[in-house]
Ligand binder design. Structure first.
Ligand code: NAI
Length: 697
């Protein structure tokens, strides 16, 4: 049973005990329900306190149960709340730490609520594409007022108990408790034990002096903000129902809305991402209790674009960093960029001056390896050349203390080779940050052939500490993210050859929801980077076909934003992409030289070719074990490549479309005389799953 029952004097105490956050899974609900029954049956008991053990009152429903029989098994959340409401003896919810979703809804079914200061209170269901489904939208407006409740429900953001307790006329928190919460709750319960009738939130009224005007305004505001997500607007509908309908009708309305949203692809995608984030930290053959190495001091080699951003992550987390460079001026430049970054945050009011000072005080710079030899973790971010990496790793092997973790930020080189430069390949790992490294959420953690399990577990935990979404990748060319994007870029090039313009391709995929189309992205990252990669790949994979347009572009010196000319034209100091007649002419000339008559290509075809190119390579990556699960690939695309969140990532999207349909489309593309039939050969895993009517996830 995941809830315990104790008696303190005349008060029964039911304590939720389902770590880490007392999720309201079946066993916990059963435990609470039994506790309420037992207390009511015991004549010595006069009142009941419900609280949570450990780090939360309750974080809410157990979303792993969603869509399974367990979620609706009696007592479900709704019936449990009804049981609490109907208890003949008063129930006091003792709120602390975290009170979210179903946890808050349960407490609203109790007769009283007392709270400790600092309790984070929220109905976060909107973040997984839902409305609260156990009365939250009906009861919260009744205790907090319509506007405060709607703000909380639409944003899903937590508000501290002491803030809510200050709202005039609020009935959410009957008493704030200083000191021992449980003792305070028991005292409160004793005080109210004989009071009748028992107060029920459902008997309160949710009113607004100008309800029609207010809800019209709220609906407009929400619509503008929530573009692709249906749930926020539904939150408005539900809160309006709390005002306009009788309590039980409002409850039914909320329930129907909740169930309808459960079936939307948007909610499925958001739940997939929510669970995917948690699943990413679980590595099949690395148990959760794998011992970790202590990381208290970090060194970064190279103060360039990446080294600076990487260092900032650790400074922000309060971990001291020493950056090592070859020359003083490179160090000064690197630290200057970091300062500028922080100062911009201070100017915008996002960072306090004293925090900035504290962070910079944690930073040291050096030209000597002697100053970094006791670092627990060293991250190399020098030039992307094997010879340079070799020099650095041989030196690290000489100087670093035993047990130090040696990480490389390489984006394209073979990590196993880098590890082999040392006599301790078990301590070598890849930490592939994305640019700008202080901003981007994604961290690909590259597991070498010999990387030790405790090194992997430590780096995953470090990733969490610096607030990254850390996802494990095996070693292969480009790791997971860039290996897939390579196929996407190749398709984008073929689309130009066949008749598209860069604007058309970018617009189509941006309409699909990508933050940026492939050509705008190329201009931002620098087209010369892809050029260098293609030159290398031309040697390694001589048969690989590319459109020549990207090379022709680079031969024109159009490297992107930094050259104020790329696939688009740019005005100095601005980032707006202006369609370029010169580029269109180049593409047309090249097309003519290939003897291609341009054809009109629809947005649907553009999107499918780009996204299915990702999916097919993703399937290979899964099959080869480079990624251990499909959701890892999705997390990489959601957090590092601007894939639309409400579509859940490429693999989740393919599942939504249906793998059979994906394969059919690929077969159609393979017929296209200009397209590369080999390109559209379905990966064996994809073909197999499609044939069996299965999905990736
Ligand atoms: P960068 O050229 O901006 O910086 C490299 C820095 O390393 C320079 O400041 C250079 O002086 C220093 N350096 C070179 N050799 C050194 C040595 N032997 N000892 C100490 N310092 C040395 O390069 P960037 O862009 O920061 O890239 C660094 C690494 O990060 C590369 O492996 C790159 O592939 C990888 N990477 C780059 C991304 C990007 O978007 N720029 C994204 C992800 C990974």
């Amino acid at each position: 049973m995941s809830a315990s029952y104790d008696v303190r004097g005349n008060v029964a105490v039911i304590t939720l005990n389902n770590p880490p956050v007392n999720g309201l899974g079946y066993d916990t609900r059963r435990g609470i329900a039994d506790g309420i029954d037992r207390a009511n049956a015991d004549p010595a008991i006069k009142a009941i306190v419900i609280t949570g053990a450990g780090r939360a009152f309750s974080g809410g429903a157990d979303i792993r149960e969603f869509g399974t029989p367990k979620a609706i098994a009696e007592p479900n959340l709704l019936s449990l709340i009804l049981q609490a409401e109907g208890s003949a003896k008063p129930i006091v919810a003792a709120l602390h730490s975290v009170v979210m979703g179903g946890g808050l809804e349960l407490s609203l079914g109790c007769h009283y609520r007392v709270a400790a200061a600092g309790t984070q209170i929220a109905l976060p269901e909107v973040k997984i594409g839902l409305v609260p489904g156990a009365g939250g939208t009906q009861r919260l407006p009744r205790v907090l007022g319509v506007e405060t409740a709607l703000n909380m429900i639409v944003s899903g953001e937590p508000v501290k108990s002491e803030m809510l307790a200050m709202i005039p006329g609020q009935k959410l928190i009957d008493k704030m408790i200083d000191g021992d919460l449980l003792a305070g709750a028991i005292a409160f319960a004793t005080e109210v034990a004989d009071k009748r009738p028992l107060p029920l939130v459902r008997n309160l009224k949710a009113t607004h002096p100008n309800a029609d005007g207010y809800f019209a305004f709220a609906r407009n505001t929400v619509k503008a903000m929530a573009k692709n997500f249906p749930a926020p607007a539904k939150c408005v509908d539900c809160v309006e129902a709390a005002v306009s309908m009788k309590f039980d009708d409002g409850m039914r309305f909320e329930r129907d809305t909740f169930l309808a949203l459960m079936l939307t692809p948007e909610s499925k995608a958001l739940r997939h991402a929510f669970l995917g984030e948690r699943a990413a930290s679980k590595i099949p053959d690395v148990p959760e209790d794998t011992p970790q190495r202590k990381i208290e001091k970090v060194a970064v080699i190279g103060a360039g674009t990446m080294g600076g951003g990487i260092s900032m992550n650790f400074l922000n987390a309060g971990i001291p960093v020493t950056i090592l460079e070859m020359k003083q001026d490179a160090l000064d430049r690197g630290v200057g960029v970091m300062r500028k970054n922080y100062e911009a945050q201070v100017k915008k009011g996002k960072l306090k001056q004293d925090k900035y000072d504290q962070r910079m005080a944690l930073l040291k710079t050096t030209l000597s390896y002697d100053d970094i030899k006791d670092a627990d973790l060293v991250i190399e971010a020098v030039f992307e050349e094997m010879g340079v990496k070799e020099g650095v790793f041989k030196t690290l092997d000489e100087v670093m203390k035993p047990g130090a973790i040696l990480a490389s930020n390489t984006s394209t080189l073979d990590l196993n080779k880098i590890a082999a430069f040392t006599r301790r390949p078990q301590d070598v790992i890849g930490t592939h940050f994305f640019s700008p490294a202080n901003v981007m959420k994604l961290l690909e953690v590259v597991r070498g052939e010999k990387t030790a399990k405790d090194v992997l577990a430590t780096v995953m935990a470090v990733g969490k500490k610096i607030k990254k979404t850390a996802v494990v990748s095996g070693v292969c060319d480009g790791f997971i993210g860039n290996r897939m994007i390579e196929q996407y870029s190749r398709q984008a090039g073929f689309l130009l050859d066949e008749g598209c313009t860069p604007v058309q391709v970018d617009k189509a995929i941006e309409k699909f929801g990508f933050a940026m189309g492939p050509f705008r992205m190329g201009d931002l990252a620098g087209n010369d980077i892809g050029w260098a990669i293609r030159k290398r790949r031309a040697v390694e994979y001589p048969d690989l076909k590319y459109s020549k347009t990207a090379d022709l572009l680079c031969e024109m010196g159009r490297y992107g934003q930094k050259a104020q000319a790329g696939w688009y034209d740019y005005v100095a100091g601005k980032r707006d992409a202006i369609p370029s007649p010169v580029v269109v002419e180049m593409i047309e000339k090249h097309r003519a030289s290939l003897g291609i008559t341009p054809r009109k290509i629809g947005d649907d075809e553009i999107v499918q070719r780009l996204v299915f190119a990702l999916v097919n390579e993703g399937a290979r990556i899964l099959e080869e074990g480079i990624a251990s699960k499909a959701s890892d690939i999705d997390m990489i695309y959601l957090t590092g490549y601007g894939f639309p969140v409400w579509r859940g990532g490429p693999m989740c999207y393919a599942d939504t479309v249906g793998l059979f349909n994906v394969v059919q489309a690929m077969k159609r593309f393979a017929q296209n005389p200009r397209d590369d039939a080999a390109f559209w050969q379905p990966a064996p895993l994809l073909a197999k799953l499609a044939a069996e009517g299965k999905s990736f996830t």
